[in-house]
Ligand binder design. Structure first.
Ligand SMILES: Nc1ncnc2c1ncn2[C@@H]1O[C@H](COP(=O)(O)OP(=O)(O)OP(=O)(O)O)[C@@H](O)[C@H]1O
Ligand SMILES: [Mg+2]
Length: 376
């Protein structure tokens, strides 16, 4: 009765690779209860009903979902009253009936209280060697949402393409000093490179194509993997969160980001090949953990570009939850044209379309990330 066993062949196979390489090492019990089944085998999530990969009638069971029983991340209309309810949630009601898009009950993530003092920073690397999965979008918007909650945030553009800088309205070609100078020139002070963004509490270490030279030049450096870590050290006291936007590769720059980080967030696009390559990524994370940075841990897998109306998106999400279990954030980012629009506007969605579903989703992610940090 579950979607298990009926899914498209490729998806099943790809999913199980990740189960082997990740779950086996971490002793995760991922096979006993699938993400969308309750203990007695009944579906607890209407969204994960019996669809078994049948793409012919993708909207059928979607329309049957009782109102208020799930969070619909793709609702385009705004303001979205259903989602807005989660911003000031009735905790009892949420505990009673809200099943999140991952098929698990959606916990209540409290609105964080104000901070009286700041730092030392938790460093988060936004990492996936697959391109176009939402790393940069998630860095900007998670950062902006954390800043809205009064956290001091530094975003590090660690991709020579400079997409994070562009997304915050900076023209990378016009920059004289970038994160490249901070890495490669001894004596360079971070505040010479730092830019204030239009979002209060949020600063940026920008980058541009110069950074691509660092990948080559660092090879001959002593302790080349910890160059970024050394560069960020003096900044840690000033910030609560430092979020590093990695480039889509597992090269030396990404290893630098992982060596500097306490936590990794892996955005995964909800599409067919989402899990391909994740085994290699978790292997790289483990190697860095063993050899360079024992503090490093995988904070979570973030499902992005999710479209609950398609069987395909729901299937992929179910596989991801099956493979990574509690590592998958309850918050799921829906697919909406609002995100490409924000890149053109050069600002986060939290200011560009403050009442939109996308803004609400990243605010919820910020609360979830904060809740995970506080749970430690
Ligand atoms: N939730 C979403 N819905 C729709 N479009 C999205 C969403 N998230 C990101 N996008 C768009 O998808 C594209 C890729 O996103 P983004 O640049 O964040 O990915 P990336 O992983 O940083 O890519 P790269 O690997 O090239 O650095 C962008 O055009 C972005 O606007
Ligand atoms: Mg990017």
């Amino acid at each position: 009765m579950s979607a298990q066993g009926q899914s498209p062949v490729g998806l099943e196979a790809v999913g199980s690779v990740a189960v082997h390489t990740f779950a086996a090492r971490h002793h995760i019990q991922s096979t006993t209860t699938t993400a969308h089944q309750s203990m007695d085998g009944h579906h607890v999530n209407a969204m994960a009903g019996d669809r078994g990969g049948r793409d012919s009638a993708p909207l059928a069971d979607y329309e049957d979902v009782p109102e208020g029983h799930f969070y619909d991340p793709d609702a385009e209309y705004e303001p979205d009253p259903e989602y807005a309810a989660t911003l000031a949630p009735d905790a009892a009601r949420q505990r009673r009936e809200r099943i999140g898009p991952t098929g698990r009950p959606l916990p209540y993530f409290p609105i964080p209280g104000p901070l009286t003092d700041h730092g030392p920073a938790k460093i988060i690397a936004m990492c996936n060697q697959k391109g176009g999965v939402g790393k940069t979008t998630s860095t900007i918007n998670l950062g902006a949402a954390l800043a809205e909650y009064g956290r001091r945030v530094l975003l590090v553009d660690f991709d020579p393409q400079g997409a994070l800088s562009v997304g915050l309205g900076v023209n990378p070609m016009e920059l004289d000093l970038t994160v490249y100078n901070l890495l490669m020139e001894r004596g360079m002070q971070a505040d010479e490179v730092l830019l204030k963004t239009a979002v209060p509490n949020m600063d940026l270490l920008p980058s541009n194509i110069d950074l691509s030279a660092a990948e080559v030049q660092l090879v001959s450096e002593v302790a080349r993997e910890s160059t970024l870590q050394r560069a960020l050290k003096p900044l840690m006291a000033d910030y609560d969160y430092i979020v590093i936007d990695c480039q889509p590769s597992l090269g030396l720059l990404t290893v630098n980001a992982l060596t500097a980080a306490h936590k990794v967030i892996v955005p995964l696009e909800c599409e067919f090949f989402a899990l391909r390559g994740v085994a290699l990524l978790t292997e790289t994370i483990e190697k860095v953990q063993e050899r360079l940075n024992p503090e490093l841990e995988l904070d979570g897998i973030l499902a992005t570009m999710y479209d609950s109306r398609t069987v395909h998106s729901r299937e992929v999400l179910a596989r991801v939850v099956e493979a990574f279990d509690d590592h998958v954030y309850h918050t799921v980012i829906g697919r909406t044209v609002r995100f490409p629009e924000t890149t053109v506007a050069g600002e986060p969605i939290t200011t560009y379309a403050s009442n939109s579903v996308g803004a609400a989703a990243y605010r919820q992610l910020a609360r979830e990330v904060l809740a995970r940090c506080h749970a430690e």
